[in-house]
Design a protein around this ligand. Structure first.
Ligand code: FES
Length: 157
C-alpha cells in the first residue's frame, strides 16, 4: 500500500523512496518513460530533479531526454506543488473594486514569505455582486477586504 507523501523544502523524497515508486516498471525499457514519470509525479506531487538520475539508470534513457519530456508536457512539475492555490478573480467587477489591489498585494506579500501558497488570477467565475472574490483550493470567499483576507488565510496552516 502506498503511503501519502507531502513534499516540501524540508521533506524531499529520498533515493530509496524514488526507487520504490518506480520499482514495478521493467528496467531498460525507454518506452515506459512517461508512465514512470507519471508514477513519480503521482507519488510525490512533482518529479523531483533528484529523480532524473535514478529514472535514467532504471529506464536506460539519457537525462537530457527525460528533461525534454518533463518540460514538454504540462502535466509534469519539477517543484513541489504549494498546499493552497489562491485564485483571485480578475473580472471587471473585482478588478475595479477599491479593495482589489490591496488584496492582491497582500496575497503577493504573504506568498513571498510562505511557500505553501500560490497565486493565480482567473476569469470571472460568477458571483460579481459580491466582488472582490477569491477561491482557495475549493473554498469560495466573497466581499473581500484586506482585513478579511488576513483573517481567513490564517486558517490555512
Ligand atoms: S468579476 Fe469577479 S466574480 Fe465576476
Amino acid at each position: 500500500m502506498q503511503t501519502s507523501f507531502a513534499p516540501d523544502a524540508q521533506n524531499k523524497p529520498t533515493d530509496s523512496q524514488i526507487k520504490e515508486a518506480i520499482k514495478d516498471f521493467p528496467r531498460n525499457n525507454a518506452s515506459l518513460l512517461i508512465p514512470i514519470l507519471q508514477a513519480v509525479q503521482e507519488r510525490f506531487g512533482y518529479v523531483p530533479p533528484e529523480s532524473l538520475a535514478i529514472i535514467s539508470k532504471h529506464a536506460n534513457v539519457a537525462r537530457s531526454r527525460i528533461y525534454g519530456v518533463l518540460t514538454f508536457y504540462e502535466e509534469f512539475g519539477t517543484k513541489p506543488s504549494p498546499k493552497y492555490k489562491i485564485r483571485v478573480c480578475r473580472g471587471i467587477a473585482c478588478r475595479h473594486n477599491p479593495h482589489y489591489s490591496k488584496i492582491v498585494n497582500k496575497i503577493k506579500s504573504i506568498i513571498s514569505r510562505d511557500n505553501k501558497f500560490a497565486l493565480e488570477t482567473i476569469a470571472c467565475p460568477g458571483p460579481c455582486y459580491h466582488a472582490p472574490m477569491m477561491i482557495v483550493n475549493d473554498d469560495y470567499y466573497v466581499n473581500l477586504t484586506e482585513l478579511k483576507l488576513a483573517k481567513l488565510l490564517r486558517n490555512y496552516k
